[in-house]
Ligand binder design. Sequence first.
Ligand code: COA
Length: 378
Amino acid sequence: MSEEKIVNVKPGLEGVVADTTKVSKVMPEINSLVYKGYPVQDLAENCSFEEVAFLLWNGELPNKDELAQFVEKEKKYRNVSDDLLEVIKRFPKNAHPMDTVRTGVSFLGMEDERVWDNSTPTNKDKALKLLAAIPTIIAADYRCRKGHDIIPPRQDLSISENFFHMCFGEVPDKEVVKAFDVSLILYAEHGFNASTFSSRVITSTMSDMYSAVTGAIGALKGPLHGGANEQVMHTLKEIDDPKKAKQWMLDAISVKKKVMGFGHRVYRKGDSRVPTMKKYAQGLGKIKGETKWQEISDILEATMVEEKGIHPNLDFPAGPAYYLMGFDIDMFTPIFVMARVTGWTAHIIEQTENNRIIRPLCQYIGENERKVTSLSDR
Ligand code: COA
């Protein structure tokens, strides 16, 4: 093996500042996250997901006219082509919905004749198409897997309302819709997380937005990133009884198990988005008359914080919230995609406007240079 000294290697790029951004600021020291200067918890309480999408792409919250125009165009983009619907119908029925939405987005890219046009106006328009069409793809695939007819999008509903409509054929109470909308706002953007960074790497080669979002979905799928919200619910269901929760966590800690929904690379003292999502998850528990998940969650959190000082991240309250809304567990990370596509595309636009190919170095630790022998001598 090479005997070169290892210098300045940052595994996991921890602590590395890879570029500047105007999209969002994560402030772990004061436990805060702002999008374009606005604290995310204020956006969640006072704005719709559509307003936040507009903000991330345009830098300002929309006025009434701007929002009306934005929403009108978004609604027109909700329908996907018959060709794409045919492809969705042929997806393997046991495929994970993250794989199907990844392929659906890739298909959208093949259909868009402007695929190589990376100018900002076209990229904003592509981002709007992705925002509008991704929920349609996820819901259509969900219906097909269940053996049900696809429900077309409605034009008179918000993104959140329409998603419930396309999945279940009905729109729930406004408190449930608000909780879902809040989750989309909280999930929308988070600096140079793994999937966003992946999208910026792909963009930096001057590839196109659809390719970058397709790659980002692949990164988000992993349980150390977006996939954690699904694992949280599997854990809660495995425990199932609040009386068993403390011992479960103590056992997990004693065998150094990574407990999904806890920990964060950037936040060490708690995730700024958790209190807002937890409040809405608690509200859903009351509305649905099912408080067990919250009780188990509270015990897990208290035990983990007391024993290890590790706090929950957004996936921890989001998982049971989606479950209470009626979504299958494997839908949780695709819902994250519906939200994070706003942040990804804001970063793709920013990267494109001030691009330099992202190409870090690595330190070689393999074999020293040696002579090639011919096949007969090996
Ligand atoms: N459960 C148990 N211990 C955890 C933990 C968790 N979820 N997250 C971190 N730790 C512990 C590690 O074991 C390590 O302890 P050690 O120093 O005794 O070995 C320490 O905390 C630091 O963890 P590390 O894995 O180095 O942190 P990271 O910054 O590389 O990883 C995450 C960050 C998010 C990938 C990691 O916390 C994790 O895997 N969490 C679970 C998955 C998850 O919820 N992901 C969603 C993130 S939003």
